[in-house]
Design a protein around this ligand. Structure first.
Ligand code: NAD
Length: 295
């Protein structure tokens, strides 16, 4: 199948590579030339614009930072909706607010293009390994149509319900992840300050009731685990400024739904503070540095 892939960052680049490995032909576009060059080296064809990338595509996939970029790329003068042929399915895997997802999907449907929101979890490791979880908001018919392609990039492809529900699932998950990472960072720092070996402490937590993904798969304390951002100066992974963004999406959605999310709101402010202090480009587990005493 001819697929247009827009947005070749930390996540989009490995996802696009897995589609190439699956035998699809890819037309790619990104604002960063080096990202396009890397995809071309892996076998993709570069396009000069979003419009050109989607013009001959049978499926369009986007992986962009947030809602403003999704609006621009889809609704812009030379955007996806201007360039895609009617009937071509559109899949946005960026994490954005459910309201924007529904609005863009409605504009796409008005032009004859069925659209799914299909944000992911699993991080850059999952994107590389092709083991992401996709949370899909779409009609049942569109879900069935796109599932085989998503299965080349992910292991769990979940139909969450109609348009917007994929984003709802994603921001609720990240609300919890953002909070739990801060909890693990606090506990690890405290244990270290009180004199326990961080590896021993992590081992106890991971076989006790405090265990969670942030403690047993992505521990923020340096030296506890190999192959996590904490083992490489918090480079790569999921940027702190993106976590601040996701928690902002969750707290704004909570405001609209008249729900209270006090820990989410505090966590949003802490990641925003970390970003303001220069940690925005580092993995979100670098929040441990904001809290104090990591070595
Ligand atoms: P990123 O910033 O590394 O990549 C985004 C890419 O989009 C960049 O290459 C950028 O140049 C490109 N881009 C921005 N505006 C564009 C435009 N107008 N036209 C074309 N390209 C444009 O971000 P990422 O880490 O790959 O994350 C992408 C999305 O996935 C975000 O919504 C993020 O919240 C979500 N996400 C990230 C992770 C993770 O671990 N990194 C995990 C799950 C979900």
């Amino acid at each position: 199948m001819r697929i247009a892939f827009i947005g070749l960052g930390q996540m989009g680049a490995p996802m696009a590579r897995n589609l190439l490995k699956g035998g699809h032909s890819l037309a790619v576009f990104d604002l960063v030339a080096a990202n396009v060059a890397a995809a071309v080296a892996a076998g993709a064809q570069s396009a000069a614009s979003v419009r050109e990338a989607v013009s001959r595509a049978e499926l369009v996939i986007t992986m962009l930072p947030s809602s403003p970029q999704v609006r621009a790329v889809y609704l812009g003068e030379d955007g996806v909706l201007a360039g895609a042929a009617p009937g071509v399915p559109l899949v946005d895997s960026s994490t954005i607010d459910p309201h924007t997802a529904r609005e863009v999907a409605a504009a796409a449907a008005a032009g004859g293009n069925p659209m799914a929101d299909a944000p992911v979890s699993g991080g850059t490791g999952g994107a590389q390994a092709g083991t992401l979880t996709f949370m899909v908001g779409a009609t049942a018919a569109l879900f069935d149509r796109i599932k085989p392609v998503l299965a080349l990039m992910g292991r769990n492809i979940v139909h969450c319900g109609p348009s917007g529900t994929g984003q709802t699932a994603k921001i609720c998950n990240n609300l919890l992840l953002g909070i739990s990472m801060i909890g693990v960072a606090e506990a690890m720092n405290l244990g270290h300050a009180l004199g326990i070996d961080p590896k021993v402490l992590a081992g106890v937590i991971n076989s006790s009731s405090g265990r969670c993904w942030s403690s047993d798969t992505y521990n923020p304390f340096p030296g506890v685990m190999a192959d996590v951002p904490a083992a490489r100066g918090y480079s790569g992974g999921f940027a702190t400024h993106l976590m601040a963004k996701d928690l902002g999406l969750a707290t704004e959605a909570a405001r609209q739904a008249k729900q209270t999310v006090p820990l989410g709101a505090l966590a949003q402010q802490l990641y925003q503070m970390a970003s303001a202090k220069g940690l925005g480009g580092k993995d979100f587990s670098a929040i441990i540095d904001l809290l104090g005493s990591a070595p």
